[in-house]
Design a protein around this ligand. Sequence first.
Ligand code: CTP
Length: 286
Amino acid sequence: MNQQMWLNLATQENAAAIKKHGIRIFGPAAGAQACGETGPGRMLEPVEILSLTSELFSTGTLAGLHVLVTAGPTWEAIDPVRGITNRSSGRMGYAVAEAAAEAGAKVTLVSGPTALGDPQRVTTIRVSSALEMFDSVHAHIEGIDIFIGVAAVSDYRPASAASQKIKKHADTLSLELVKNPDILKSVAALSSAPFTVGFAAETENLETHAREKLIEKHIDLVAMNDVSATDIGLDTEDNRLLLIDRHGKSELPQQHKSQLARALIQHVAEKYHAKRTTQDSRRARR
Ligand code: CTP
């Protein structure tokens, strides 16, 4: 629908009346329109319609739980116009946040800089650097049941960022980098740590490196991502994952990230509930 038609009082009153009768309205999306105008009235993307529709049939495996997801790259400033970042688009993390909401969870998404709009039914917090992401995660971690670190956090940042644009006077330029804190590891180390899920982006010795991350970061589950392939992983529509925990592994085959995220969330839900059951029966035996 043309944006003026959508914003017209009569249309808005009719839409409000429909909602009052319990009818769900999906959209509209905003943006460029066929008539040349810009604004609300566009059809939602089919994957968004699919996601909203499947929510209506959700089994609610995460109902009553609060999930915190990190997504996207981080931006480590060198000067006011330049910085260090990576090829993460944020799509996988946003899809995971949406799938968790679809499964009935209350979801907070802490996102690095991406070109994506805020996912529906998710509280989205935008940050830029790894340090900001660390602070935001810890400011929102209380009461979180499941933490899923999908963000491609920069491991290093410039030791100091120049306050003015660096001019090209010198023939060579060295950057001193210092290590960023590991957000996932810091969450897993909390005394009342949530169920923690990490992503492992690997290009070689995939399973070995992923297992090392599981042990070294003391997390519950690692989702291994082969980022050496060009058709899946970073900055692509599709992905496949190998899920590894202390009890075994299972594969989620290549598919669209939104589908894959749903499968991942179902796996996380099962593992979370299994851990809770074990903890409860241990407590009962004491
Ligand atoms: N991660 C994090 N904070 C960091 C680095 C990574 O929270 N400073 C999280 C990521 O969100 C991901 C997991 O740790 O869930 C693994 O990230 P990855 O980049 O694969 O591994 P690193 O721990 O950074 O190790 P390396 O780069 O040496 O493979």
